[in-house]
Design a protein around this ligand. Structure first.
Ligand code: FAD
Ligand code: SF4
Length: 524
């Protein structure tokens, strides 16, 4: 007999929903998460902290962010109990209707998703930034949209953040933690209110962000789910008589162990779930019937960031929630390209940590010194970070990326490889870059398009989607509309890996809503 009714692999937007709904239904659930359980006092802040999750040496380095560098694309993901919700910028926005017009199994429509979007939004208690608390960045976005005649496209974004309507920028020491108002949320966890400190991507010092450990996972644990951090799943194999055996490497002890369950829900994220299943099909050969489409149909969700310098204007990108506002071009009226422009802040400690890290190395110090000399003429000694506007955004790129296992350059074991040919998506990315430049010019800024794009067409995405795409059969997908893997009853994928196309805006609410839908069908 299997040890658990269900094992959930990963605790991000798919895994947390699955664990919560299974536990709520009274099932015996085990959640296996490769990252650690982060406490406020452990959030990375200084150069010596746990920044990186190293997939090559996970026992030695299991930090905050898993940054993978592939030939034509870099991908950033969170690691820890709560997955990407620990690191994300709190934008919890539904996809627009067009995003369901094509690419999905017939059952997954915008209307079918609507109640699940609502349920997920309710669990994460989304709010907009109160009108009296707009950060300078948000004001710049508004001004830019109005100046170019696109004021009607402005959108205030739903954020999974708790705000206090009495807080404002005019307070004495406004970002001091004394201004956070604490109480217990409806899942019994203590949270404060936002003090606009700008640290969202590195963990909130006052727990104002409604990250998954404070809602879905809290409810799962209270209903009996067992969450095991530092548990990296290496393989899944069917058990004779039913169910699956999961092989786990404990990152704290180095011990390998197994657990069994009647159902397994793989929710390790777009890269994590795809890599795990590729290894099961092609390396361990424990799941040989997995679809030949496994690894195909990946996209970057068209992410791009253009920093712009505003010599005479204090933009304060390090203050306020990381993203607050969008200018919506998803209607395709710009030469057929669909994209969503946002502001993008960054935590000041990130700059300090980078400076300290680079300061230790001679070349890095010279680069920083060069920058300082260049900027000081323009800024007359003021903090350069205050004058940078990070214009950010997403777009509908083509899902033509392919993940597969490959031998590394110097032999050794099989490694995950991602090949993404930008050719089919160059137009939408360039349209967004053009728009960033136009918005900068219109407000007195100087856009500095990263040479990684202008020279090398290299992209970075925090929004990987696809790899185990939903489809109608194993000929066009890896899982069906309920998330069940073709050929393997009781094995599911529920996370960003099943999303078969770009959404053109931040994807976490769609991932959570899809998982809500799959769980409702599973437990019906
Ligand atoms: C800096 C940053 C900012 C972002 N901001 C936003 C935003 O504002 N709004 C938005 O919608 N999206 C945002 N995103 C994207 C968002 O975080 C992801 O889309 C989302 O987390 C994906 O959900 P998921 O369930 O697919 O996977 P994840 O949330 O990545 O969860 C997967 C989990 O599985 C674990 N895991 C992986 N492999 C294994 C294994 N083998 N064994 C055990 N555990 C494993 C991982 O550690 C992780 O915890 C941001 C991302 C980044 C990096
Ligand atoms: S701005 Fe600061 S206080 Fe507000 S949610 Fe982000 S990290 Fe928390």
């Amino acid at each position: 007999m299997a040890g658990y009714a269900a094992i959930v692999i990963g605790s991000g937007f798919g895994g947390a929903v699955a664990a919560c709904r299974l536990a709520e239904a009274g099932e015996k659930v085990l959640v296996l998460e490769r990252g650690k359980r982060w406490r406020t006092e452990d959030f990375p802040r200084g150069p010596g902290d746990d920044w990186l999750f190293d997939v090559d040496e996970p026992e030695k380095q299991h930090g905050w962010i898993d940054l993978r560098l592939f030939r034509r694309m870099a991908v950033a993901q969170g690691a820890g109990v709560g997955g990407g919700s620990l690191i994300y910028a709190n934008i919890f926005v539904p996809a627009e209707r067009f995003a369901f017009d094509a690419g999905w199994p017939a059952e997954v429509t915008f209307d079918a998703m609507a109640p699940h979007y609502r349920r997920a939004g309710d669990m994460l208690a989304v709010e907009e930034v109160p009108a009296n608390q707009l950060p300078p960045r948000a004001k710049l976005v508004r001004e830019a949209a109005a100046t170019i005649g696109d004021g009607a496209r402005l959108r205030a974004l739903p954020l999974a953040v708790r705000f206090d309507s009495a807080w404002h920028y005019g307070l004495d020491d406004p970002h001091g933690e004394q201004h956070a108002k604490f109480d217990t949320n409806r899942f019994g966890r203590r949270q404060g209110t936002c003090i606009h400190c700008g640290c969202c991507d590195l963990g909130c010092p006052v727990a104002a962000r409604n990250s998954l450990d404070l809602n879905y996972l809290a409810m799962a644990e209270d209903k009996g789910a067992e969450i095991r951090p530092l548990s990296l799943v290496r393989a899944i194999e069917p058990v004779i008589g039913g169910g699956y055996r999961v092989t786990i490497l404990r990152l704290d002890t180095g011990v390998t162990m197994t657990e069994t369950a009647e159902k397994v829900i793989v929710a390790a994220g777009s890269l994590g779930s795809t890599e795990l299943l590729l290894r099961c099909r092609d390396e361990h050969r424990t799941l040989p019937l997995l679809s030949p489409r496994l690894g195909h149909g990946w996209c970057a969700n068209g992410d791009f960031l253009t920093p712009a310098l505003y010599p005479g204007r204090d933009v304060s990108p390090t203050r306020g929630p990381t993203i607050t506002t969008a200018i919506d071009y998803l209607d395709g009226s710009d030469r057929g390209h669909r994209y969503f422009v946002e502001d993008g802040g960054f935590p000041d400690v990130l700059g300090n940590a980078l400076q300290a890290a680079l300061g230790r190395n001679f070349t890095g110090r010279r680069v920083l010194d060069g920058w300082r000399v260049m900027l000081s003429g323009l800024l007359r000694g003021r903090d350069p970070a205050s004058f940078i506007m990070p214009w950010f955004g997403q777009g509908v790129d083509q899902p033509g990326g392919v993940m597969r296992l490959k031998r590394g350059l110097f032999g050794g074991g099989l490694e995950l490889d991602l090949d993404y040919d930008v050719a089919g998506s160059e137009g939408v990315v360039q349209a967004m870059v053009d728009r960033h430049e136009q918005l900068s010019r219109a407000t007195g800024g100087i856009a500095a398009v990263p040479p990684t794009w202008s020279l090398f067409r290299y992209l970075v995405t925090p929004h990987p989607l696809g790899g185990c795409n939903m489809g109608t059969s194993r000929d066009d997908g890896v899982v069906d509309h309920r998330g069940e893997v073709f050929g393997y009853p009781g094995l599911f994928v529920m996370d960003g890996a099943v999303v078969p196309r770009a959404l053109g805006l931040n994807p976490s609410r769609t991932i959570a809503a899809l998982a809500e839908r799959c769980m409702q069908l599973m437990l019906a």
